[in-house]
Design a binder for this molecule. Structure first.
Ligand SMILES: Nc1ncnc2c1ncn2[C@@H]1O[C@H](COP(=O)(O)OP(=O)(O)OP(=O)(O)O)[C@@H](O)[C@H]1O
Ligand SMILES: [Mg+2]
Length: 251
């Protein structure tokens, strides 16, 4: 199953991806995390890796080559791509957890992220998972990836919603765009400070046709851990994750 994790900037996508990935490992699944965020660089560390894999953009010779149309013979030109086929520099592996990255904008005046969107879309289409594997895609913030058709190859879309008007607006847009592509969309409420607020957000989401599969409370230990680039292995938010993953996989 290929699941994209989307939502407003800062809503908690990378935190949720990390929590879900770690929980999936506990259920003896293998997890491929795809870093599809073209700006933030914290995901490798959050997942517990010492370094980033080389971005897949480098496999095809960079953005200029993608514009020309996917350079030389690489894994990315194959009809299918399996996790076992990556050269080691393009993937990080640790006890069933794997990380690949599409690419980051690193320089001023480098141009837009469209070529990365193309590469991500083609990669996700070709990605062929084994029965014991899931892929979690940490998407760029907002809805542009739907415009680029990146979610075409995704089986399920998980929207992370924090308690804010903007976040709810983005969630509604994601719901409408993903549904028009025939994709199943579910939501998770993150950083909720109280039952009352959870209920209010849940009501708005369900009225908009978005099923809420779980709630991660606002948890100071998550916030504190992020100061060192980590995600905690205990605490209120952590404890809510097993139910969320079970519901996500069966939704
Ligand atoms: N449940 C939570 N409780 C408290 N803080 C949280 C929680 N979830 C996420 N945060 C904090 O919110 C901030 C944003 O989280 P995160 O980086 O996961 O969001 P994101 O959606 O991936 O952001 P971006 O759009 O920039 O990639 C971080 O400081 C993180 O520690
Ligand atoms: Mg992020």
């Amino acid at each position: 199953m290929k699941i994209s994790v989307c939502g407003k900037g800062g809503s908690g996508k990378s935190t949720v991806v990390t929590f879900l990935a770690k929980q999936a490992l506990r259920k003896n699944l293998e997890v491929l995390v795809v870093d599809a965020d073209d700006s933030n660089a914290g995901l490798a560390r959050m997942l517990g890796f010492d370094s980033h894999p080389l971005p897949l953009m480098e496999m095809v010779g960079g953005k200029a080559m993608i514009k020309k149309k996917m350079g030389g013979q690489t894994l990315l030109n194959q009809a299918t791509i399996r996790t076992g086929e990556f050269q080691p520099e393009f993937i990080r592996r640790q006890n069933g957890l794997m990380l690949v990255g599409i690419g980051k904008i690193l320089q001023t005046m480098e141009g837009c992220a469209c070529p990365m969107g193309v590469l991500n879309r083609e990669f996700l289409k070709k990605l062929t998972l084994e029965p014991n594997q899931i892929a979690l895609v940490d998407m760029e913030a907002g809805v542009e990836h739907f415009g680029r058709g990146i979610d075409e190859a995704i089986d399920k879309v998980l929207v992370v919603v924090e308690p804010s008007f903007d976040s709810l607006q983005v969630a509604a847009k994601i719901k409408s765009m993903a549904s028009s592509m025939g994709k199943k969309v579910v939501a998770i409420i993150n950083k909720s400070p109280s039952e009352t607020i959870t209920k209010k957000i849940e009501q708005q989401l369900t009225e908009g046709g978005l099923a809420v599969i779980g709630v991660l409370p606002q948890d100071p230990s998550v916030f504190e851990a992020c100061l060192t680039g980590d995600v905690p292995q205990k605490g209120e938010a952590f404890e809510a994750v097993p139910t969320v993953l079970d519901r996500l996989l069966s939704a």
